[in-house]
Design a protein around this ligand. Structure first.
Ligand code: PLP
Length: 385
């Protein structure tokens, strides 16, 4: 139950990738037939992604994943537009790939505004409007939170940035191929996505760059991707990503409906336990995300007990779970640090079954009761009652 951290590769994706390791192994930049055959796989995948996004194929650039796409968007736009201004706007709940990139630029003289969110982790478009100055070159707001699942009003924010003549980037790593995305309707100029969150392979992703966007190349090298990102194409990875998107195009809507039912059942089940609160927006949330705080028990302790039972979940972002600091996302939502430590994230996916949700709901109250029995805080609270 940690599909937001990563997903298994779909068997059909593996099948589509295999020929590109040995039979169709040419370098897509080679002009001979062996290279051109491999290039065919790359371009078919690019066309597939472009179709999904409502973009042109020349607007899709392959990268090594979400982190690179975020770095590319933010540094690329910041460096290419320095003559216009040096102000960047982002939000307090972004993934570290966005936040750390913005802080890196801040250390190099760029001005950074980090917008707050409300108790549900929602950004107010009015705050974006207020923060834009004549020096603003880029706004970066994620499409949906990897931790609490809240879906942001990107189209509305996009209207504001378009009017102001400012670029808008969105990190859609958790939504791409899970929810329908039309870059024109979203009014975005740049969008990040990653293969391993949508039943594709790890180490491959893409960035949508709207035609006409002024952006510096991310990697200087052999001129691949129209000079925007040098380096030999990761052909099997790119082909796998394309296949994963093809499958999503067929299955995504039905799958989202199924997941919403499972998610809601899980939320209802958790809420039967005393002192459990749902983190994130009650409605505007990812179909597969359940983030709860179970008062008086450390999220880590509950997760360890669940792991012992063969259930894998997380406290938040897989990338930051090695840190003992409370989640920056929950902190931004005004959740006190001790309560943030009570949080847990369950993210469901293609192979999560009703029976698995039932098993979790059966085990969970007992685990919580055992841990609470060891909590002096809980004991004193019950005594007071
Ligand atoms: N952005 C978000 C919202 C994510 O959830 C993740 C991965 O957890 C990333 C970026 C990083 O993507 P990748 O692992 O492909 O570098």
């Amino acid at each position: 139950m940690d599909y937001a951290a990563t997903t298994p590769v779909h068997p059909d994706v593996v099948k589509a990738m295999l020929p590109y390791f040995q039979d169709i192994f040419g370098n897509p930049s080679s002009v001979h037939s062996c290279g051109q055959e491999a290039k065919g796989g790359v371009e078919a995948s690019r066309a597939r992604l472009a179709e999904f996004l409502g973009a042109g194929p020349e607007e899709v650039v392959f990268t090594s994943g979400g982190t690179e796409s975020d770095n590319f968007a933010i540094k690329g736009v910041a460096f290419a537009n320095e003559s216009k201004g040096n102000h960047i706007i982002t939000t307090a709940i972004e993934h570290h790939a966005v936040l750390e990139t913005c802080h890196f630029l801040e250390k190099r003289g760029f001005k950074l505004t980090v917008l707050p969110v409300d108790q549900y982790g929602m950004v107010d478009p009015a705050d974006v409007k207020k923060a834009i100055t004549a020096k603003t070159v880029l706004v970066s707001v994620m499409h949906a939170s990897n931790e609490v699942g809240t879906i942001q009003p990107i189209a509305e924010i996009g209207k504001i940035t378009r009017e102001a003549g400012v670029y808008l980037h969105t990190d859609a790593v958790q939504t791409f191929a899970h929810l329908p995305i039309d870059v024109k309707k979203l009014n975005v100029d740049l969008l990040s996505l990653s293969g391993h969150k949508l039943y594709g392979p790890k180490g491959v992703g893409a960035i949508y760059i709207r035609k006409g966007t002024k952006i510096e190349p991310f990697m200087h090298g052999g001129g691949q991707e129209d000079g925007r990102r040098g380096s030999t194409y990761n052909v099997p990875g790119i082909v796998g990503l394309g296949k994963a998107v093809e499958i999503a195009q067929k299955e995504m809507n039905e799958e989202a409906e199924r997941l919403v039912l499972l998610r809601n059942r899980l939320i209802k089940g958790f809420q039967k336990i005393e002192f459990v609160r749902l983190n994130g927006h009650p409605q505007k949330r990812l179909p597969n995300n359940v983030n709860v705080s179970v008062a008086f028990v450390e999220g880590e302790a509950t997760l360890a007990s669940l792991d012992f039972e063969g259930i894998c979940a997380s406290t938040g972002s897989a990338c930051s779970s090695e840190s003992s600091e409370p989640s920056h996302v929950l902190t931004a939502m005004h959740i006190p640090p001790e309560q943030a430590r009570w949080s847990m994230r369950f993210t469901l996916g293609k192979w999560t079954t009703d029976a698995e949700v039932d098993r979790l709901l059966n085990l969970f109250p007992e685990i919580v009761a055992k841990l609470r029995a060891m909590s002096p805080l809980y004991k004193s609270m019950v005594k007071e009652k």
